[in-house]
Design a binder for this molecule. Sequence first.
Ligand code: K2U
Ligand code: ZN
Length: 180
Amino acid sequence: MAIREILTVPDPRLKEVSKPVEGGVTDELRALMDDMLETMYDAPGIGLAAIQIGVPKRVIVMDLAGPEEEPQPRYFVNPEILPLTEDLAPYEEGCLSVPDVFDEVERPTQCRVRYLDYNGKEVDEIAEGMFAVCIQHEMDHLEGTLFIDHLSRLKRQRAVDKVKKAKRLEAKSAKSRSAA
Ligand code: K2U
Ligand code: ZN
């Protein structure tokens, strides 16, 4: 297993539409999902889409267990979601690809999720609560959409400018540390 680099805005790869996994859930795909999960735990986060580590495949990992609970890793290969209600609820979202930016996004409170699990078994279940928020956030990633794309143009630009400035400052301090 390996911790991979997480892409951040304005990396254009984050806007790619990810492609379906072909040939089923192989050992190679499981190794990718193991890396994704290790990268997510290290970030730390509760969800991660493969495109966020630069792999344009329709694969998501997630772990919604609380800090006091045993880890509950979840793997979604070629996931499909169908909204089950017109009821929307706001949630203060963040994103590992848009670090230190948080804002409210409204999403359907329930959705149906169909996917292949870590062993290639077909699963069909109802998502609600945090599971519904997270799976819809991750499904957006597979379509090249970030949570800031649901915000106003001004808020979106401010978010990207904030991340770009933080990366410039980090690069500058890394350079001065290496020069010391
Ligand atoms: O896609 C990602 O960057 C992973 C997100 C998943 C997420 C975003 C919004 C709402 C729920 C899940 C990261 O885990 S962002 C960090 C985080 C952690 C706990 C709760 C919300 C966000
Ligand atoms: Zn995200």
